[in-house]
Design a protein around this ligand. Sequence first.
Ligand code: ATP
Ligand code: MG
Length: 255
Amino acid sequence: MLKIENLVKKYGDFTAINGINLELSDGITGLIGANGAGKSTLLNLITDNIKRTSGKILYNDADILSLGAGYRKKIGYTPQLQGMYEDFTAGQFMRYIGALKGMKHSVCKSETCELLEVVGLKNHASKKLGSFSGGMRQRVLLAAAMLDDPEILILDEPTAGLDPEERIRLRNHIAQIAKNRIVLLATHIVSDIESVAGKVIFLKKGEIIRYASPRELIAEIEGKVDKEHITLEDVYLYYSVNQRDGSAVDGEGNI
Ligand SMILES: Nc1ncnc2c1ncn2[C@@H]1O[C@H](COP(=O)(O)OP(=O)(O)OP(=O)(O)O)[C@@H](O)[C@H]1O
Ligand SMILES: [Mg+2]
């Protein structure tokens, strides 16, 4: 269980994360919000890549700062901006990440085979990343993040820039490996999480304005939008375009 209490992150005078409280348990949690809402910042705080300004992040009741390297070993992470190693083969890249995670070479080698097979790249292990499509790269990143069987998997925009077929494929892989671990998935493609996320965090200007299951979120706006089949994307638009967090909205829902 990952518990976040009164988390604040400031960049100079700018508050990117403004007092977040959150409890995450096993399964996929979607993280949505506009550009600049603070999604990557929140993920970077959870992965202990950046320093928080104040507040607590507890993993199984211990602050992650006191767990240090032991905590980071439990995390698999695919960052939003990927520095891919074009000249590495997929297999070399996996072994490199495994080495960074401190894995034994033999264990890493066998996990690399298994994981590349899971993401459908078994026959591409000795091909260079530079020759891979966007979807193949994301699948390698996902496989690399899964090395050493992380308890927490943090995915920042894994489906960005992928065609629909690749997006669905990646989403299915993520759903498949999400069991028995905490998966936090930031995305702009709201439909990618609608069917797989147990819960969705809606972040706006560094604050959580909604945290509920897709079904609950959809039920919340039923009857409030002029549409029969409401999707999570409609929920997103309802709260973002209409500023439904309490600011400047009249009774008709106009800004
Ligand atoms: N290193 C930094 N220094 C100063 N400001 C930053 C820094 N990193 C992020 N910010 C600011 O914090 C806010 C949140 O950024 P963040 O990258 O977390 O948003 P995001 O929700 O991930 O956006 P996107 O959807 O574009 O990925 C933005 O206004 C951004 O400009
Ligand atoms: Mg981001």
